[in-house]
Ligand binder design. Structure first.
Ligand SMILES: *Cc1c(COP(=O)(O)O)cnc(C)c1O
Length: 219
């Protein structure tokens, strides 16, 4: 079932984006089943669960931390994490940089942007984003690679609203790319779209989609 679900989604997204299989709360056996079906990119939203799965599973898995990250937990994932999606403060970025240095690696990060109507979601607004980018232009963080932006649309059924929010993220991405990363090809990712809205996200320019329940079942 799991492998068939992944194949179906991959057929739909084609070469336009890469699929992150979001395995949070799901047991190792289910992740392994997806792995044996060929999936190599997985996402988790809690540090402890991510570390446990990393330890137990094949080492060629590319692990993405997609949830909110507290500074005091960065050290647990810094040795192996492939990309951190939810970066929304300079302080967190500085901590990741420090842990990257300790591990002699550059850690891929996405800046999380607040695009939803809802008040509960994490993320930077536009002016906070530009303040952060100005700050790291002044004082570069050599163990960070900023690879793009991440966002979550409102949890609503109104397709027009969701599409509008994804368009906003894409426009912001293009602006930031032109103003801050014109000479940096590593800035290329737009992480948006989940089980309920990934087809819209793809149409609006997502390069990474984060799909959980459609692959592994409801949580
Ligand atoms: C859980 C989660 C997802 C996947 O959600 P589904 O609706 O199960 O596809 C995507 N992104 C983030 C940040 C999540 O926490």
């Amino acid at each position: 079932m799991i492998t068939a679900n992944i194949q179906k989604i991959n057929q739909e997204i084609g070469v336009r984006a890469r699929l992150i299989a979001v395995s949070k709360t799901k047991p190792l056996e289910m992740v392994l089943e997806a792995y044996q079906g060929g999936q190599r990119i997985f996402g988790e939203n809690k540090v402890q669960e991510l570390v446990q799965k990393y330890d137990a599973l094949p080492k060629d898995i590319e692990w993405h931390l997609i949830g909110h990250l507290q500074s005091n937990k960065v050290k647990y994932i810094a040795p192996f994490v492939h990309m951190i999606h939810g970066v929304d403060s300079l302080k967190l970025l500085q901590t990741i940089n420090k842990e990257g240095a300790k591990n002699k690696r550059k850690i891929n990060c996405l800046l999380q942007i607040f695009i939803a109507q809802e008040e509960t979601k994490y993320g930077l607004n536009q002016s906070e984003l530009f303040d952060l980018l100005d700050a790291i232009r002044e004082e570069p963080l050599p163990h960070i690679q900023i690879c793009g932006l991440m966002g979550m649309a409102s949890n609503v059924s109104d397709e027009k609203q969701i599409r509008h929010e994804f368009k906003e993220l894409k426009n912001l991405f293009s602006l930031v790319q032109a103003q801050y990363f014109a000479e940096n090809p590593a800035f290329k990712e737009i992480s948006m779209g989940m089980s309920g809205d990934y087809p819209i996200a793809i149409e609006e320019g997502a390069t990474l989609v984060r799909v959980g329940s459609l692959i592994f079942g409801e949580r």
